[in-house]
Design a protein around this ligand. Structure first.
Ligand code: RIB
Ligand code: CA
Length: 308
């Protein structure tokens, strides 16, 4: 039985690789791709989503979501992803028409259809999910699990305290983390252990099939930015969140109580992980701490065979 999923995304170089992986999997029934302003503005994340899914030769509802956070101004990351959001990659103009419903109405529509079995994979700020939860109070009982790329126990990549997806809209994250929906947080603690080495990138993209050069450009762009931070390989954050839904055993995780800082001057957007259970609050999140890196790399090799 395929897992019905909605992928909420802000493509984004690593989002693009994550979408390649998701659409190559026979385990996922991708009901919709919902777009959000994040790495780059909404118009471009939506265009990239349409162009990518069309390029895959696949189909899915593509629904436009929030242009920015609930309260704050959108802070983008073109310096990481390029002005287009997908580095130097040039894709043919996509042929998928935008779905008539927006992101939050699409999420609810699919949640009703799958009666509690719908999974959501979020690869960007959590704005769309928060809006859906506010507009449809019963939605929280109709989502099986949200697997989100975001947060971290110990580090930040946007401020010293906060990871980008949470930092961009901490108020939205606060709503999601308090929703009671089962959550798996694939944060920097795990993604930073999932580096894909340059020689592995070459192996993954050596097949010379119709998508090899695009996938290689995306990986190389990711690698060059990650090396600036001293990483020994490409850290494809969003792809690990997708991989964790395709094969949950690829990550090791522990349940913690996690809350979101929305007031701190220096700590806004921090996922505050109660490692030592000092609050005695019931854990609300499965936090990814480790990864089977070799299996993650193998997944990408399998992915390429699906686009032959
Ligand atoms: O911190 C990494 C996350 O922020 C990824 O989702 C990346 O695409 C950016 O959105
Ligand atoms: Ca992203």
């Amino acid at each position: 039985m395929k897992i019905p999923v909605i992928i909420d995304t802000d493509p984004g170089v690593d989002d693009a690789i994550a979408l390649f992986l998701a659409f190559s999997s026979d385990k996922l029934d991708i009901r919709a791709v919902t777009t959000v302003g994040g790495n780059i503005p909404l118009e471009k994340t939506t265009k990239n989503s349409i162009d990518l899914v069309s390029y895959f030769g696949k189909s899915a509802k593509i629904s436009k979501g929030a242009s920015g956070p609930l309260l704050r101004e959108l802070e983008t990351a073109e310096w990481v992803h390029g002005a287009s959001g997908i580095a130097s990659v040039k894709l043919p103009k996509g042929n998928i028409e935008l779905y008539e419903k927006n992101a939050w109405d699409t999420i609810y529509e699919e949640a009703i259809k799958f009666e509690g079995k719908l999974n959501i994979i979020t690869l960007g700020p959590l704005t769309n999910i928060a809006i859906a939860l506010m507009k449809y109070p019963d939605l929280k009982d109709k989502i099986e699990r949200i697997t989100l790329m975001g947060g971290a126990c110990y580090i930040g990549n946007t401020t010293p305290a906060a990871e980008f997806n949470i930092y961009v809209d901490a108020e939205a994250a606060d709503i999601v983390f308090k929703s009671g929906i089962p959550l798996t947080m694939v944060g920097l603690d795990a993604t930073h252990k999932a580096v894909v080495l340059e020689e592995e990138i070459n192996e993954i993209t050596s097949s010379g099939n119709r998508v090899s050069s695009v996938v290689k450009e995306l990986f190389q762009s990711c690698l060059s930015v990650c090396k600036l931070y001293g990483a020994e390989g490409a850290i494809v954050h969003d792809a690990l969140a997708v991989a964790a839904v395709i094969d949950p055993s690829i990550i090791s995780k522990k349940e913690y109580y996690v809350s979101i800082e929305t007031k701190g001057e220096l700590t806004y957007g921090k996922t505050v992980v109660d490692i030592y259970d000092v609050t005695k609050n019931k854990p609300n999140v499965e936090v990814a701490l480790g990864v089977d890196r070799e299996r993650f790399v193998q997944m990408f090799k399998g992915m390429m065979r699906e686009y032959a």
